[in-house]
Design a protein around this ligand. Structure first.
Ligand code: KG4
Ligand code: ZN
Length: 333
């Protein structure tokens, strides 16, 4: 029997989940809306809001899972990577909670957890599989050989895919985080309306900074001719930008699958919530005979459910850390 409480506070979501014998029985996520006004996450504000949210979110998770503190067997937490001030709130809380309840502590790498979210629900991928992890801070193609035996085989050399969405949204005067809004407008637009420069990067790596610049110059030039260009073409611009990002992402994933001879393919991270990416991946899977694994929406963006399942698999191995553990803003993969 194992009941694990997990805490995620690496960026701007305060989240707590409970994993009861491998099943997620609570996954409470408190989003921080305060950052919308600033066009990006303000680290100092994020840590203050985590501080306010952490206790009510813990209590809600215990209530949702119908468990008491006494029934817990371990505390799992995100150690990194992420914003240091935000991580500190979750890590400090996890340590004090474990100390007070005399429970073992399980440290989880946030990027491993995005991938391990695939082991929450059925169907689960079979090892070895390839996972394209696309979030606000990372874009990686990972060869997953076992739960904690993973190798990055391709990654971005500059911006992450989520940043490409968010920075484009900023150019289009959409609030932060812009990814979901681009997705929404793209549904009404023509993906072939505008074409943007595609990066020419060798091997399995990515680059998104050139795309962002190409979009910026294009929009500025069009606005000189027609100041209402964005307003009049918002849906088409969003659909075209999304089409470009998805095309770039899947091109390299296809190459990685061929190179490693793997047909078990997963996507993870906040951008895996994108409807254009999800449907293009399904199409590619049909053509190439892949088995694809796409997480439920609540396990795509940051959530403690994924920390809880990763923590559960570490708990089974008896992989614990001591009270001297500290958060790491940059954490080795
Ligand atoms: O994994 P995540 O919640 O946080 C990080 O660890 O970074 O990912 C957040 C990123 C943001 O850049 C956000 O704009 C993007 O995921 N995102 C989306 C969508 N939903 C979230 N991007 C495109 N389409 C979406 N539907
Ligand atoms: Zn994340």
């Amino acid at each position: 029997m194992s009941v694990i409480l997990a805490i995620e506070s690496s960026c701007d979501e305060t989240s707590v989940a409970i994993c009861n014998n491998g099943k997620i029985t609570a996954n409470v996520i408190a989003n921080q809306t305060i950052h919308e006004n600033y066009g990006g996450v303000i680290p100092e504000l994020a840590s203050r809001v985590h501080q306010q949210n952490i206790v009510p979110v813990i209590q809600q998770a215990l209530t949702d899972a119908k468990v008491t503190k006494k029934e817990l067997n371990a505390i799992a937490f995100t150690r990194g990577p992420g914003l240091l001030g935000s991580l500190l709130v979750g890590v400090s809380f996890a340590k004090s909670f474990a100390l007070a309840l005399d429970l073992p502590l399980v440290s989880v790498n946030h990027m491993h957890a995005h991938i391990l979210a695939h082991f929450i629900d059925d169907p689960k991928p079979k090892f070895p599989f390839l996972c394209l992890t696309v979030s606000g801070g990372h874009t990686q193609i990972v060869l997953v050989k076992d739960y904690f035996d993973m190798e990055i085989v391709g990654e971005t050399l500059d911006d992450a895919a989520g940043e490409a969405f968010d920075k484009t949204a900023k150019i289009l005067n959409l609030p932060y985080p812009g990814g979901p809004l681009i997705d929404k407008h793209a549904k009404e637009g023509n993906p072939k309306a505008f074409k943007f420069a595609e990066p020419q990067i060798k091997d399995l790596n990515y680059s998104f900074s050139g795309l962002k610049t190409s979009i910026l110059y294009f929009i500025r030039a069009q606005e000189k001719l027609n100041p209402e260009f964005i307003a009049e073409n918002l849906n088409d611009i969003c659909a075209s930008v999304q089409h470009s990002i998805v095309h770039i992402l899947l091109n390299k994933l296809k190459r990685a699958a061929a190179q490693y001879g793997i047909k078990e393919i997963a996507i993870a991270g906040g951008v895996s919530a994108n409807s254009g990416l999800r449907s293009a991946l399904q199409d590619m899977a049909g053509q190439l005979n892949w088995n694809v694994y796409i997480p439920a929406f609540q396990y795509c963006t940051d959530n403690a459910g994924m920390i809880a399942i990763a923590g559960y698999h570490k708990y089974l191995k008896g992989d614990f850390v001591g009270q001297d553990v500290a958060p790491l803003s940059r954490m080795e993969f």
